[in-house]
Design a protein around this ligand. Structure first.
Ligand SMILES: [Zn+2]
Length: 136
C-alpha cells in the first residue's frame, strides 16, 4: 500500500495520535487521560491517506490524487489541455470510502469491480496522478 499513515484514536475523546512503533507499545495515554493503547495493547486504528483527492468536472469527471489543489490543477491542465473551463472540488473523507461514488467501475479480467477512491489511492504508487475518469 502507498500514500497512507496509521493513526490511533483516543478511546475517550477520539483525538488522533500517530505512534512511531505501536506494536511495541501498550498503555499509551492521551492528554485527556483516556487510553490511546490500552494496557493489553488494544487501539482504535485508522488508515488515513497522506494525500487528497480532487474531482475535476469539465463535462466529464476526473479524479486526481495530489498533495495540494495546485498540484492537481497543474496535472489536469497538462493532461486535458483542451478543456479550458472546469470546476474542482475536494473529496471529503466520507466520500473517499463510498464504494459507489459516482458509479466508478473498474473492469477487471474477472468482471466489473466496484471500489472506493481510498482503495485506488492506496494502490497508486505515484502522486500526483489521475486515478479515475467517468464519461456521462
Ligand atoms: Zn483523549
Amino acid at each position: 500500500m502507498y500514500n497512507f499513515k496509521l493513526v490511533n484514536h483516543c478511546w475517550n475523546c477520539n483525538k488522533e495520535h500517530e505512534l512511531n512503533d505501536q506494536l511495541a507499545q501498550t498503555n499509551v495515554k492521551c492528554d485527556c487521560g483516556g487510553y490511546v493503547l490500552t494496557p493489553s495493547g488494544k487501539g482504535l486504528h485508522e488508515i488515513k491517506l497522506t494525500c487528497n483527492v480532487y474531482k475535476f468536472h469539465d463535462g466529464e469527471n476526473h479524479w486526481i490524487a495530489a498533495n495540494t489543489e495546485q498540484e492537481a490543477r497543474k496535472l489536469f491542465e497538462k493532461d486535458y489541455s483542451d478543456d479550458l473551463e472546469y470546476t474542482v472540488e475536494l473529496i471529503n473523507n466520507e466520500d473517499l470510502h463510498k464504494k459507489t461514488i459516482d458509479n466508478i467501475e473498474f473492469i477487471e479480467e474477472d468482471g466489473t469491480k466496484w471500489t472506493s477512491l481510498k482503495q485506488i489511492v492506496l494502490e497508486t504508487k505515484h502522486i500526483p496522478s489521475v486515478i479515475a475518469s467517468s464519461v456521462y
